[in-house]
Design a protein around this ligand. Structure first.
Ligand code: ADP
Ligand code: GN1
Ligand code: MG
Length: 366
């Protein structure tokens, strides 16, 4: 991942209360949005590691509201986990800047934040076992449970209408009509696929489900699994924690965990919704959300997988048509490839949806 050269991570790092002297800064992870760096500091003992991030201002036009949310959410998680075994690794905590604030704004108006690096745990691009799927779903469900008791006021909407699928669909229609890069001719089958499914876009919004605090970006690589035990130890990427429907989170787990292929896989024969992984997601999620999940929410678990996969597919397709202005890309046609894998997965879910619904019912009554 290339880090924007115009920004100065080394200067930014000097503003945080890291332990010891910064000896290395290197790009880290596979996020599509922020610039993420691993910071290594020399101390008297073992090196200390941190994550330093620059918030993407074209995606988050108001980084301050992102940080205000994260400040409240991390403090709330920290209070609940204090004194529990391994509590410090189970939630992100902000490293303060030298001026005592919880983030740093540099001379160019760029916003930086830092977290302790969670050692001996990693995010993975794909799940390789049913147990990993269970662990991821359990961790994201536990996260929803822990944040459900956050005291008022309501969190800021860091990206309004983030999971408003009908509005995402309307944005796609605008991109098709404007076609600023003359790329629509290269994406005809994908455009047809998307347009044929408009009818599903409003289902969750019209279902009258409870608003809760949700993560909204529960990609499999946004939960760190413990290297030794495999346990889902820490949920990361908190920029979009805000009011939402729990199904946005479960849906994105289905999208990113049940297929053995990576999000940008070009060999579509590898993209399929693997039923045993879906079953593990359902079990892990229901096990950690029993305290609050309603029957109305449960009945959309399978559907949410289809909807959110479709939604992210149309976002990739829209970005391709608009000239790749939102998601970081690493090759020509990258966003088109990403939309193709999403749509292949939607098809695979469509083929198994009834069976998936029956499974959810059987787990719920067990
Ligand atoms: P983006 O919003 O660009 O996806 P993330 O916040 O998800 O950025 O960070 C990118 C990746 O860095 C994550 O997927 C995760 O693997 C890793 N990561 C983020 N924070 C930490 C942390 N505190 N400790 C260890 N790894 C982290
Ligand atoms: C982005 O930040 P990252 O890479 O975890 C995006 C998600 C998409 C995802 C697709 C703020 O997530 O909404 O589902 O890419 N985040 C934002 O991989 O738009
Ligand atoms: Mg991420």
């Amino acid at each position: 991942m290339a880090v924007n050269e115009a920004r100065d991570p080394r200067a930014a790092a000097s503003h945080f209360q890291f332990q010891g002297e910064v000896v290395a800064l290197e790009p880290y992870g596979n996020g599509h949005i922020n610039d993420t760096l691993l910071v290594t500091c020399r101390t008297g003992a073992a090196p200390a590691h941190y994550i330093l991030q620059n918030i993407n201002r074209s995606v988050f036009p108001s980084p301050a509201i992102v940080m205000q949310n994260i400040e409240r959410v991390t403090a709330h998680l920290g209070r609940q986990l204090a004194g529990t075994p391994d509590g410090a690794r189970r939630a992100l905590t902000l490293i303060p800047a030298r001026d005592g604030k919880n983030w740093h704004v540099d001379g160019q108006g760029e916003t930086w934040r830092a977290y302790p690096f969670v050692e001996d745990a990693h995010g993975h691009e794909t799940a390789t076992s049913a147990e990993q799927a269970y662990q991821a779903a359990h961790a994201f469900g536990r996260f929803q449970h822990l944040v459900s008791s956050l005291p008022a006021p309501r969190l800021h909407e860091t990206i309004p209408d983030f999971h408003h699928t009908p509005k995402r669909f309307a944005a796609l229609e605008r991109a098709i009509a404007a076609d600023p890069m003359n790329r629509a001719r290269l994406a005809r089958p994908e455009i047809e696929f998307a347009l044929a499914r408009q009818s599903i876009t409003g289902v969750l919004i019209e279902a009258n489900l409870p608003e809760r605090i949700t993560h909204n970006d529960t990609k499999f690589n946004n939960v760190l699994l413990d290297d030794a035990s495999g346990e889902g130890v820490c949920v990361v990427d908190l920029d979009t924690v805000m009011p939402g429907l729990v199904l946005y989170d479960f849906g994105d787990m289905v999208r990113t965990t049940t297929s053995p292929a990576e999000e940008d896989e070009r060999d579509l024969s590898k993209v399929t919704m693997q039923f045993p992984l879906f079953e593990s997601l359902v079990r892990g999620y229901i096990d950690s959300t029993r305290a609050f999940l309603t029957a109305a929410e449960r009945q959309f678990l399978a559907f949410s997988g289809k909807l959110i996969t479709f939604e992210i597919g149309i976002r990739f397709l829209t970005d391709y048509l608009n000239g790749d202005t939102y998601f970081k890309i690493h090759r020509e046609g990258h966003n088109l490839d990403r939309s193709r894998t999403q749509f292949k997965l939607v098809e695979s879910i469509e083929q198994q949806e009834e069976k998936m619904n029956r499974l959810v019912e059987s787990v719920a009554v067990a």
